[in-house]
Design a protein around this ligand. Structure first.
Ligand SMILES: [Cu+2]
Length: 442
């Protein structure tokens, strides 16, 4: 039996969302069932940042077309970068390199128009050995911000020396409004050389290497994609995003594991799966890398625990003399084209335990725990870490396995937490917190 215990811990009061939480999790039910199960308290290959790395820091990407699915059953034509020889995926592979590494990225273009890759934040990028340059057409109009690979089979090779440690976008520099909307973006993670367990060169940026996560935030106007698919013009003044994604997926697909078989072109999940801080067994925080590949700011709000913002755009939050200027917040506002990295530690403040420390709490009224037939209770009946073995209402089958529970994390612009207007979905995922001892098999 699994009990899904949920709370909307009061960093801020947002009753509307609190009341809607059970509905969110109702939607999420099917996917929750496939979250890696007993014994997986640490991130596994099926969770967290899925890095693509290369011994010689050489990567080959193919710009190609494919389809993604949305939780409401839509199928959307996209363009993106695939690993060379690999199938279409959104977003492009997460490329991981060390600061100072000589990086080579060869782009092969199968799209019907020229495309390119920009590496914002990286200096002195070369294209086929020459400085990467803006491209203009015969009339002198700018068509690309960087050197391109020609339509239908063209290629270009970019080289650069990886700059400061941090998180960066890579994305199309060609017909940017259209091509970035179509999905031509991915993440470049630059690690401090010799310190893979630090976000940057500062020792206080250390994190738990098995709890590293990526949130690639983006949005989709399906009408624009349909126009491109059918080779029709699109009036960008009518642009209106309808789908909002983390790592190319919308809630509840966001909480499915990496490489879920039913999401063949959307390989990256965004479930965060952690345990409470413990100085002996779990001393390091999780690291979350946020990137905005969309057109507006996404005010991202993790519930249940503030996050410590330690870096933006590859710059540590520090003063001119290295003073620590990182700060704790419950809102991580990520503007378009930018990145922000945070550390998160979840503390089991009162060490509740059903047997040894049963702190009494006022339970909510039953009507506040139930959303309707089939979903039954989603509330843990306690604001503390869940317990097992409790008596459950007849017919309840969705219950946690080891006392873990879940917070939501989502864009606080709530229209971005929908799937084509249907709440809740979109740019939303879950934070799973296992009991201090982990999640043993039941
Ligand atoms: Cu919220």
């Amino acid at each position: 039996m699994r009990r899904l215990s949920v709370r909307s811990q009061g960093m801020i009061s947002h009753g509307r969302l609190r009341r809607a939480l059970p509905a969110v999790l109702g939607l999420a039910t099917a996917a929750v069932l496939v979250v890696p199960g007993p014994g997986s308290s640490a991130a596994t290959a099926s969770e967290g940042l899925d890095c693509q790395s290369s011994p010689d820091n050489a990567f080959a990407l193919t710009a190609n077309a494919g389809y993604v699915t949305t939780p409401d059953g839509n199928s959307i034509y996209m363009w993106s970068y695939a690993s060379d020889g690999g199938s279409f995926q959104l977003p492009g592979p997460s490329l991981c390199v060390d600061s100072g590494a000589k990086v080579t990225v060869t782009l092969r273009n199968t799209l019907p128009e020229a495309t390119s890759i920009m590496f914002p934040g990286q200096k002195q990028v070369l294209a086929d050995g020459q400085p990467a340059q803006p491209v203009t057409d015969s009339a002198g109009t700018l068509t690309s911000m960087t050197s391109t690979a020609g339509a239908t089979g063209g290629s270009v090779t970019y080289t650069f020396t990886a700059g400061s440690p941090g998180t960066y976008l890579y994305q199309s520099g060609t017909d940017v409004q259209k091509q970035q909307q179509m999905g031509l973006f991915g993440a470049l993670v630059v690690r401090p050389a010799g310190h893979p367990d630090q976000e940057n060169d500062r020792p206080d940026s250390r994190f738990s290497a098995s709890h590293e996560y990526l949130y690639m935030l983006s949005e989709v106007d399906p009408d624009a994609h349909l126009a491109v698919e059918r080779k029709r013009p699109f009036d960008w003044s009518t642009y209106k995003a309808r789908y909002f994604m983390i790592n190319g997926r919308s809630m509840p697909d966001t909480i499915s594991p990496n490489h879920a078989a039913w999401l063949p072109s959307q390989p990256y999940g965004s479930l965060i799966h952690i345990r409470p801080f413990d100085p002996a067994s779990n001393p390091q925080p999780a690291l979350i890398r946020y990137l905005n590949a969309g057109t507006v700011s996404y005010p991202f709000h993790p519930h249940g625990s503030d996050e410590q913002l330690i870096s933006r755009d590859g710059h540590p939050a520090q003063g001119p003399n290295g003073q620590d200027l990182s700060f704790s917040n419950f809102l991580v506002d990520v503007p378009p084209g930018q990145t922000a990295d945070t550390l998160m530690t979840w503390r089991d403040a009162e060490n509740w335990n059903a047997k040894t420390n049963p702190i009494p709490v006022q339970l909510p009224q039953l009507q506040d725990q139930i959303v309707g037939p089939g979903t039954e209770t989603w509330f843990s009946e306690s604001p503390y870490l869940g317990s097992t073995g409790a008596d459950l209402p007849a017919g309840v089958v969705q219950n946690n396995q080891c006392g873990e529970y879940y917070h939501v994390a989502h864009s606080h612009a709530l229209q971005q937490s929908t799937n084509y207007g249907a709440s809740f979905g979109g740019m939303m995922t879950l934070i799973r917190i296992d009991p201090p001892a982990g999640c043993p098999a039941q």
